[in-house]
Design a protein. Sequence first.
Length: 256
Amino acid sequence: MADAGATPAPTATDDDDDVLCDAPGVLLRQGRGYATLPPFLAADPWPAAARLCHLSLSANKLTSLADLRSLPHLQVLDVSRNSLESLDGVAQLTNLRVLQAHENRIGKRERCTEALQSLDFLEELWLGSNEIEAPSELLCLERVATLRVLELGPNPIQDASELGDYRSFVVSLFPRLRWCDGHPITEEDRSEADAFASSKAGEVARHRLRADERQRDEHGRKKALATPLAKATPARPSPQMPTPAAPRLVSASRVT
C-alpha cells in the first residue's frame, strides 16, 4: 500500500503546465528514485520547458542524460549524486551557467566531458567525487573559456603523473579561473602557473596530453568504423564444427 504522506512522482499529463514547477522557471526533483529521465524532460510535450531556468535532479539513480530535451533558457543544472558515467546530453543546453555533477561515476567512459565543449557560457563546473582519470579530459574542458569555478577534487586525475604540477597545469589552462578545488586562485597561483606553462615540464605535460588525445581520437574512429562492420558481417561457422542443418520448411497448405 502506498504511503499516504508520500509525494507522488510528477507526470507529464498535468493539464496546467506550471503544476510541475516549484516556482516560475524552477523545477526541483531531488530524491525521486528516477532511474531514467521522466518523460516530460525527454520527449513528451511540456510547454514549461521553454521557460525553465533552474533544474535539480540530484540524489536520484540516473545513469544517462542522453535523452535530455532541449531547454533553451536553462542556466543551472544539478545532477549530483546520481550514477552518471558521462555528461552526454548537456551539449544542447547552450545557455547553461552552472553545472553540478559531483558524486557520480563520470570517467567510466572515454571522453566523458566532451559535451561541455559546446557550453559557451559555462561559469561553474562541479565534478568532484567522480572517476575522472584520463588527463586528456582536461583538454576537453580547455575549450570552456568562460569557466570561473572548477571543482575536480577528489578524482584520480589529480594524481596523474603526466600533469606534473596538477594545480599549476589546471590554472594555466583556464585564464579566467577564480576558484579551483576549494581554494581561490591567488596571484601567486597565477604566477606559478605561467612559469609552469613556459617551462620544460609544462611543455612535456602538454605534449603528453595532446598525444594521448590523438591516440584516443584514433581509437574512437577505429571503434566507430569496426562496429557497423561487425554487425553487417555474418559469422562464419568454425571449420572444426559441422554446419547446422537448414530448418525444415513447412508447406503453406499445411498451415492452419
